[in-house]
Ligand binder design. Structure first.
Ligand code: SAM
Ligand code: TMP
Ligand code: ZN
Length: 404
């Protein structure tokens, strides 16, 4: 396997072994057809891009039944509303602006632009969530964004002033095709803004569960800058975001068109000082993954031996890596609560722990709830205050195993 950005050689960092697809929630009669792949991560010796070593075919992951709904979190709805508001002021205030979103999901961001009457288009391959976006008044093309699709869009609708993407660019191994597509579609002074989990935060917070099939790349400013330069762009701004355990929002412009903000050089210097992107920077993280796995299994086995009831909370894609790497099954965590209707009555990938609606938490309250959706901790703990008040306790496993 060579680097998907620069074709350089790759140093392997971790191998999590055979893993299922993180969003493939099974109906009980699907178990024998379950798909597995090798989840392993490496870092490019040349451009420092951290990436998976094995790629899963895109239509196995993103299809009509893709179950992740972006609007499932109140906090994320607010985040995308604010994002859209900022775009309206900063990038979409000229005459008849045009905005394209790559991976618009259920329209959580674009519906604000649609309400403001801004010309827009979402490109979203997963038909189910794309239909939800349409029902929210959002224009969507059901397709994978890539070079040929971008060429068709620009021919039909003209250049885009803004191309935006959240939690999607890191999902796309064919990043060269995406950046050539952005080049074809973007207006000369347009910007390409995207936000994804930041490798610097993943290593600092030990959030190893960010590693799963859909998360193909783990970006840094340095690796994104290297990729951008290959396709005629440069990083004009970076902004740290607190969502999903720590992300970076990158603003790319055509090289030489915008003076980069001081934040770019500052974060590049910080990455350099940390050695981020070198294999050595991953050593403490690797050791911490092992401690988390050992400590979590010890705790869950002790609780079972003491006759305590433990359930999970949040059937996240991330939880597939935790349950399958650590070896957590229904014997330790009897079910997982989740708000997403499409996940109810299904089994978690690989671990086969049943998923039930959130109301199941109180029937009756368990002794402990293992919070897989740790990135939504504040929102979930607030809505489930009665569980904690009744003596129930939350188990968290990042940055280390602890109980609150
Ligand atoms: N932007 C939303 C958010 O931040 O909540 C959705 C993120 S979701 C994790 C990733 C989305 O990217 C999915 O809806 C998936 O269907 C979509 N996707 C995957 N590959 C894509 C591609 N090549 N072009 C456009 N969307 C893609
Ligand atoms: P995410 O971490 O990828 O955003 O996934 C969050 C999952 O947690 C998703 O399946 C929805 C679920 N969830 C709840 O069950 N209750 C909640 O209050 C929130 C915010 C999310
Ligand atoms: Zn490379």
């Amino acid at each position: 396997m060579r680097c998907r950005v620069c074709d350089g050689s790759i140093t392997q960092l971790f191998d999590f072994g055979r893993q299922p697809l993180s969003d493939a929630f099974l109906s009980p009669d699907d178990i024998e057809h379950e798909f597995f792949f090798r989840l392993a991560v490496g870092v490019c010796d040349s451009c420092t891009m951290t990436q998976l070593l094995e790629e899963v075919a895109r239509d196995r992951m993103f299809h009509a039944d893709y179950p992740y709904h972006s609007s499932g979190s109140e906090h994320m709805r607010r985040h995308f509303e604010q994002t859209a508001g900022a775009f309206l002021q900063e990038h979409l205030s000229g005459p008849d602006p045009f905005a394209v979103e790559i991976g618009c999901n259920d329209g959580v961001m674009l519906r604000t632009l649609a309400k403001a009457g801004v010309r827009h288009l979402g490109v979203e391959p997963s038909g189910g969530v794309a239909e939800l976006a349409r029902s929210n008044g959002v224009r969507v093309r059901i397709d994978f964004f890539e070079e040929s699709v971008a060429a068709e869009i620009v021919a039909a609708e003209g250049p885009a002033d803004l191309i935006y993407s959240a939690n999607t660019i890191c999902h796309i191994p064919y990043i060269g095709s995406v950046l050539r597509g952005v080049d074809a579609l973007l207006a000369p002074d347009g910007v390409f803004v995207f936000e994804d989990p930041y490798l610097g935060d993943i290593l600092e917070r030990n959030t190893f569960d960010q590693i799963y099939d859909e998360h193909f790349f783990f970006f840094t400013v340095r690796s994104v800058q290297a990729a951008a330069l290959r396709f005629g762009f440069e990083v004009a701004d970076v902004q740290r975001l607190a969502v999903h355990g720590g992300e970076l929002r990158y603003t790319l412009a055509r090289a030489g068109r915008r003076e980069p903000t001081p934040a770019v050089a500052e974060l590049l210097a910080e990455e350099e000082a940390r050695g981020l992107g070198t294999p050595a920077a991953f050593a403490p993280f690797a050791a911490n993954i092992e401690s988390i796995s050992t400590d979590l299994m010890k705790l869950l086995r002790e609780l079972r031996a003491d006759g305590k009831r433990v359930v999970g909370y949040g059937a996240t894609a991330k939880s597939a890596t935790v349950t399958n790497y650590c070896g957590i099954g229904p014997d330790l965590v009897s079910f997982v609560c989740d708000t997403t209707p499409a996940k109810h009555g299904r089994l978690m990938p690989g671990s086969h722990i049943p998923v039930r609606p959130p109301e199941a938490l109180a029937e009756p309250y368990p002794d402990y709830a293992l919070l897989f959706a740790w990135n939504h901790a504040e929102e979930i703990m607030a809505k489930e205050r009665a569980f904690h008040d009744s003596g129930g306790r939350w188990i968290l496993y990042v940055p280390k195993v602890h109980i609150v």
